[in-house]
Design a binder for this molecule. Structure first.
Ligand SMILES: [Zn+2]
Length: 353
């Protein structure tokens, strides 16, 4: 056994950016790098670039050894190690003659990274599960065995932890609460069905609600002065905070759909808390108050007033390294996303060792 300190590599793969970080067991970052995912449309080239960045990070952290590599990605399957049918990630095969081949729908990501790093554990999970693991290791869910983390972003993701373990289901894809149908015959969803939670409480969903509210409610609103294509969740939150009645009504309706859905989710695992994370959760009380009210109103008596609704409380990580991302990106988002996947990595390393 070596007495060298261990560092884990975390990789967060997004449709736009890939971020790579090194973290120690105390949660201190030892370097972070970022590159454009779409600059490497051939999987082999992407893995090559990723490996280069990992090597740069490791060279800048002498005295440590690599404990493992954890990857967070949309549509990733923890069991299979694959990214399966991701809608916003395009990778292509390289043909034998060197040309670019078919678009890949099943991407054997763990296997591809594992070929470069055969002696360390490599794991992948979808980003919503990685977020929940981060909450469990460093955030508000420390010490909790049962909780649900809902990510309200451009889509709606969720991670469900029951009896202290992430719920994966029989083949790794459990917990897609964003695609529970909450309104029969409701809005068209990207998954091909209608009425999914995601179509109401995602960043796009709340904009659709605002447009509906404007069409059905004749009260004046500053929303009417803005081109529909320029309305976004942040703007609705700003107007609501300033007292705009239709913006407030938009949050009321969003909280109703979300609160009812959460009341139903509670019946499955009876969590101690539900954490909200992501852009829309930043609206604070504008979202939490109606959501909590409708959640309690619709909760079975067994669970009433016994489930906390909380904002994600993952602490910011400290940075020890000197490396900084090479491409511009909102710093906070960057840190957050790197850390999520690093946390996923660590928890796996801990369970492996
Ligand atoms: Zn759906």
């Amino acid at each position: 056994m070596s007495n060298m300190g261990k560092l884990a590599v975390g990789v967060d793969i997004g449709g736009t950016n890939t971020t790579v970080g090194l973290i120690d067991s105390e949660g201190v970052m030892h370097g972070e790098l970022c590159f454009k995912t779409r600059d490497y449309p051939v999987l082999d080239d992407y893995i090559e670039r990723l490996s280069q960045d990992i090597e740069v990070l490791l060279r800048n952290a002498p005295g440590y050894e690599l404990a493992g590599i954890g990857v967070g990605a949309p549509s990733a399957n923890y069991f299979s190690g694959m990214i399966e049918n991701a809608v916003n990630i395009d990778w292509y095969e390289r043909r034998a003659d060197g040309s670019v081949g078919e678009r890949m729908t099943m991407i054997p990501f763990v296997e591809a990274v594992g070929r470069r790093y055969p002696t360390v554990p490599v794991v992948i999970d979808n980003d919503a599960n990685a977020t929940a693991i981060g909450e469990m290791m460093y955030g508000g869910a420390r010490g909790m065995n049962d909780f649900i983390e809902i990510t309200l972003g451009s889509g709606v993701g969720s991670g469900v932890v029951a009896n202290g373990r992430m719920v994966y289901g029989h083949d790794g894809t459990a917990g897609e609460l964003g695609h529970v149908i909450v309104r029969s015959g409701g809005r068209q969803c990207g998954c091909g069905r209608c009425g999914c939670l995601e179509t109401y409480v995602s960043a796009r969903g709340i904009v659709r609600t605002a447009l509906e509210v404007m069409a059905n409610d004749k009260r004046p609103s500053r929303l009417r002065d803005i081109a529909p294509s320029s309305i976004d969740a942040k703007l609705i939150a700003e107007l609501a905070a300033a007292g705009d009645e239709l913006a407030l009504e938009t949050f009321e309706q969003t909280g109703k759909v979300l609160g009812e859905a959460l009341a139903n989710f509670v019946a499955v695992t009876y969590p101690e808390a539900i954490f909200l994370f992501g852009g829309l959760a930043k609206a604070g009380d504008l979202l939490y108050k109606p959501t909590k009210r409708y959640m309690e109103e619709n909760m079975l008596f067994l669970y009433k007033n016994r489930v906390k609704l909380l904002p994600s409380r993952r602490r910011r990580c400290r940075t020890a390294g000197r490396l900084r991302p090479r491409v511009g990106r909102d710093r906070k988002t960057f840190r957050q996303t790197v850390r999520i996947s690093v946390e996923l990595n660590q928890s796996t390393v801990i369970s492996v060792s």
